[in-house]
Structure formats: C-alpha cells, structure tokens
Design a protein around this ligand. Structure first.
Ligand SMILES: *Cc1c(COP(=O)(O)O)cnc(C)c1O
Length: 465
C-alpha cells in the first residue's frame, strides 16, 4: 500500500466511523452471536496472495461487525463504561500513524513531557496534592501489580528482586472483600500468594472494611510472625461500588508503617467534581499509590490508566533496570519505562490532551453529574416496579436490583434483556445473592436512554415470568 492509497482508505474509514456512531442506537447493544459463528467464516490458513483493501474492508463489515458488542452504544449499562470520546479517537489515529515507541525520554521527548503535564493536569483535576507525580499505564491491573511489587520489595528491604522470596516469611497484603480480581492476580504473580491476601469483610453503608477489623488482622499476623507489606483500599468497587473509609484505612497503615495503594479505577473520574470528594475522597492525599482509569468514565479511549505516586522512589527502586542499551547520557530526564513492568510504551498522553482541551473540565464534569443524577432517578423508577427491590443504593452512578424470585430468575431476566438488545446489563453477586447491576456512564447517553431501562426491564420481565 502506498501513502496515497493510505490517505484515501483513511478517509473512507473516517466516514464509516461517523456513520457507525450516528446509527448506533439502532443496533442491539450486545453481540447476538453464537460461539464459533465468526471463526467459522474465516479461512483456516493465511492467504499466500495479497488481497486488496476493498475486499478486506467488505469482510470486516460482513464478518466482524456482526460479532461486535457496541461499547460506545448510548444504552450500554453493563460492567463499567469504556468510553472513547471522538477527540480521543482522533488523537489515537495520530498516535498509531506516527507509531513511536515511547520508552525513554529520548525515544520521543514530546511523549514523555506531555505525559508529565497530563498527569499533573489530572492530579489537579482530582484534587490531589502538589508534589504527587505519576505515570500512564495500560491498565489498572498493571498499575496495581506495580504497587504490589513495590509493597513486596519495600517489606523485604528491596532484596526479593535479587534473592527471590524463599526464606522471606509470609508477606501479607490487606484489602476489603469488594476488591477487583486484579488485586488477587497481583498477589498471585508477585509471589505473595492468594492465601496471604487478607480480605476484611466490608460493612454497610458503603461496604468498606472496618478499620478496627483491619488493625486486628494485622496485629494477629504480626503475632504469628508474618510480614504485613501493604494495604489496598478501594473507591468504587466493581460489584456494587464499594468504598473504603480512606482516612481510617490510612491511620491503620501509618500505625504499622505499611505501603498503601488505592484502586479508584472507575470512580476516580467522578472526583473531577469537587462535590463528590467529601463522601469518597477524604484522606486520599496520604496514599502512596493511586490508580484511576481515564479510559473508563472520563472518555479517553482505551488504554489509559493513570497511576499517581506520592513518592516515585519506592516503585523506581522496585522496577528500574538499566542495561547498557537503554542508558542515556546527559540531562536528567524522566524515562517512563523505568516506572512500569513493560519496557515498550505507547504515546497515551496525546488522547488526554485532546480530550481535556476539547471538552474542558466543565464539559467532562457536566457529563458525570448527569450520569449520577440519572442513575439515581432510574433507581427510583425500578424500585417502583411491582415486587422489584433495589439491593444496593446508587454509589455515584452504579446500583443493583433484583426482580421477585430466586437467583435463577435473575439470570433469566438479564439474559432475556440482553437478547432483546435495546439495553445491556450484567449480573453480579452481593452477599451471596445474584443481583442485576446498572451503571450509567456512556459518553453519549441521554436521560431518555437511561430512563428507557425501566420500560425495557418491565416489558422483558412480563415475558420471562
Ligand atoms: C475496571 C477495574 C479494574 C481493572 O481495570 P483494567 O484497567 O481493565 O485492568 C480494577 N479495579 C476496578 C475497581 C475496576 O473498576
């Protein structure tokens, strides 16, 4: 393909993209495909002869698109959002076109410096203190793993990267029972182990861990000769939005000199609205590490996960490695690959720059405020359906409900709703019971889209009983 053809196909794809987004409301949100249906349409072996782009794109429309779930559909209420606001898509087009590897300052100075400035813009937007720095990672899972590795190294006086964990004793990490599975996996792959991740049962009203129970667990471990390494708190758990009391958690961490990480992957975006900080963000400034995903609610296209660090030194002492071929001479600069596990890095800051400038913080705040108030209104509407129960009240824009009947009927209702296609919801488990989750957060969703959930739920419910 030559560059003139490239330009012409790029225009074609841009037009296709606009058409796609303008007609999204007419499509079923979740792919209505059976397992194996897409693969069956693909040749078993790669072609030997070149094929032209027109044919490839035709197959994309005919084979691939019917098997896509539409995450940018305005009636996507499942999981958490994975928004891609149009300006962030444009930035990604530029990034993929320039295609730089941004591992060191000198491998693209603009990428590093824009990243430093974007992290600082977001630090201010989220009400975090001066002096916090940070890095953009691919996912919250990677940021959490970096923090858990830092806990491990710090607790072993930075010896375990060298010596391994044999003879190190049992390192312990603490969290609530509302944490995301990425916390479990970080403990698996860091060598700490699931058995040494101590989950403190969350308590009402926001399902956070009780500080006295946390403190007691740490003291019991110390009495057993175990080695407490760190605490992971959460603001906005994936199940029902569970939130720890940050200030109380930090107090326990300080008493035992533990490293602290806060997972605010989803809810962090809402902290650009100062009015939510009172309830969800008090004490945040004391955390050693905080992760928040602009690629969820804020609108930056996946992948874009910001990890803020109160002091980057412990993480750099954990992850920095400098073989000869990566050495750079001269000025003191930030080489972001030293902050993370992968060496290679994409230019992720550009989409934040495009996004924040295009909407301004005011525009982004307005969306989040709408989502929260529409979710609250919808919860009231669903409560009013005969026999329906709101199981967990809205935390920001996430709540859960149940229809009358056992767990099996909850699942039947969710499946029937998603087969219907007008909206997309997912199930969860709360206190041993199946629940149906609703989160409002798609970038283009309207009040009308959100309020439609009630009528779809009610209609489908009539049919499944
Ligand atoms: C989505 C989510 C994660 C995982 O995020 P990735 O970026 O996909 O790794 C972790 N924690 C919470 C609370 C989340 O909502």
């Amino acid at each position: 393909m030559n560059w003139d053809e490239f330009a012409s196909w790029s225009k074609e794809i841009a037009d296709w993209g606009a058409r796609y987004h303008k007609t999204l409301r007419d499509r079923p949100v979740r792919a209505q495909t059976k397992p194996g249906e897409i693969a069956a349409q693909l040749p078993k072996s790669p072609p030997h002869q070149p094929e032209d782009m027109a044919t490839i794109l035709r197959d994309f429309d005919a084979i691939v698109m019917p098997g896509m779930t539409h995450w940018q559909h305005p009636r996507f209420f499942a999981y958490f959002p994975a928004n891609a606001a149009p300006p962030s898509m444009l930035a990604e087009q530029l990034v993929t076109t320039v295609a730089a590897q941004c591992m060191l300052w000198q491998t693209s100075p603009a990428a590093t410096e824009l990243e430093e400035v974007m992290v600082d813009w977001l630090r201010q937007a989220l009400g975090l203190p001066d002096g916090m720095t940070g890095v953009i990672q691919d996912s919250a899972s990677s940021a959490t793993l970096s923090a858990v590795l830092t806990m491990r190294e710090r607790a072993t006086e930075y010896a375990s990267n060298r010596t391994g964990l044999a003879g190190a004793g049992r390192l312990r990490v603490y969290c609530s029972d509302q944490v995301h599975s990425s916390i479990d996996r970080a403990c698996w792959v860091s060598g700490i182990g699931q058995d040494n991740l101590i989950k403190i049962t969350g308590t009402s009203p926001r399902y956070g861990m009780a500080a006295p129970a946390l403190d007691a667990a740490i003291k019991a471990d110390l009495a057993e000769g175990h080695i407490p390494a760190g605490i992971i708190a959460i603001t906005g758990g994936t199940g029902v939005g569970g939130c720890d009391d940050l200030a109380a958690t930090l107090e326990v961490a300080r008493a035992h000199d533990l490293y602290t990480h806060l997972d605010a992957a989803w809810a962090g975006a809402a902290m650009i609205c100062p009015e939510f900080r009172e309830r969800f963000w008090q004490g945040v400034e004391g955390f050693d590490s905080i992760v928040f995903n602009p690629h969820k609610w804020l609108g930056a296209q996946f992948d874009c996960s910001v990890q803020f660090l109160r002091d980057a030194t412990p993480q750099l002492n954990t992850l920095k490695i400098e073989p000869e071929y990566l050495k750079t001479s001269g000025d003191v600069v930030t080489n972001y690959s030293e902050w993370t596990i992968p060496l290679g890095r994409r230019f992720r800051a550009l989409k934040l720059w495009f996004l924040i400038r295009s909407y301004g913080l005011d525009g982004l705040q307005a969306r989040i405020r709408n989502h929260v108030s529409w979710a609250e209104a919808l919860a009231e509407d669903i409560r009013a359906i005969d026999g329906f129960e709101i199981v967990t009240e809205p935390i920001l824009s996430l709540f859960s409900f149940r229809c009358p009947g056992d767990d099996a009927i909850q699942q039947r209702l969710v499946d029937a709703i998603n087969d219907d296609g007008r909206i997309y919801l997912t199930q969860g488990l709360f206190e041993g019971r199946k629940i149906i989750r609703v989160q409002v957060g798609q970038f283009d969703t309207t009040r009308e889209d959100v309020m439609m959930v009630r009528s779809v739920v009610e209609e489908v419910w009539q049919a499944v009983q």
